[in-house]
Design a protein around this ligand. Structure first.
Ligand code: FES
Length: 216
């Protein structure tokens, strides 16, 4: 309850703690406090070509992740975050921005939850169970930013065949052919067969829809 109150009292887009230092130190674990007070990726990326927002129904706070991705190499040049959330949310958002900045879209493994949970634990130690929802909200915002980037690429795309997986340049036609020929039933099967879905993961929902349609 205390955390939630502290969270709601803070104005949007600020990282100046609204509460005295000794009070924050009592609320947040030391490593969370440290990163929350000195974030490395706070703010919106100016040349962003992927922006995603997610909000918590529990505390009402939101996180926005912005990415600047180099189209040809698929390298995420920079990543930033904005939030009106608590110190946990800000620290976790800063961590994911750090993980994303410098990563290649093709190596993100659809932002594997277990990998990210491990990274959070390694950086901050175990979080209180009630703050795990901050992790979910941050991941959702990151996924939305990757999906936004994918939409941006699809809009820019001038090729003849509709693209499904922009990370690996795999067309709808190819995915369809694999699903039908090999009787594939899951997104993981499709990924194993032709790599579609193995990068940022933002095409996985579409692949699932294609499987559902073809195998109906
Ligand atoms: S669009 Fe990134 S994995 Fe398919």
């Amino acid at each position: 309850m205390l955390l939630r109150n502290a969270c709601l009292r803070r104005p949007a887009f600020t990282f100046e703690p609204a509460l005295p230092t000794f009070y924050l130190m009592a609320i947040y674990p030391a490593r969370v406090n440290e990163r929350f007070r000195s974030p490395r990726h706070a703010g919106r990326i100016r040349a962003a070509n992927g922006v995603g927002t997610a909000a918590s129904f529990e505390c009402g706070c939101f996180v926005r992740i912005s990415l600047a991705v180099e189209t040809a190499s698929k390298l995420i040049r920079s990543a930033g975050f904005q939030t009106n959330g608590c110190g946990f949310m800000a620290a976790i958002a800063d961590l994911i921005a750090e993980i994303l900045a410098g990563a290649n879209l093709t190596e993100l493994h659809a932002l594997d939850e277990n990998e990210f949970d491990r990274a959070v634990r390694d950086s901050f130690g175990p979080l209180p169970a009630e703050r795990m929802q901050c992790v979910d909200v941050v991941l959702e915002a990151a996924r939305a930013a990757l999906a936004d980037h994918r939409s941006y690429l699809i809009e820019e795309f001038r090729g003849e065949k509709a693209l499904i997986c922009t990370c690996f340049g795999i067309s709808e036609e190819t995915v369809e052919a694999f699903i039908s020929a090999k009787q594939l039933r899951t997104v993981e099967d499709v990924t194993a067969a032709c790599r579609a879905g193995a990068g940022c993961g933002s095409c996985r929902m579409l692949i699932q829809e294609m499987i559902d349609q073809i195998q109906a």
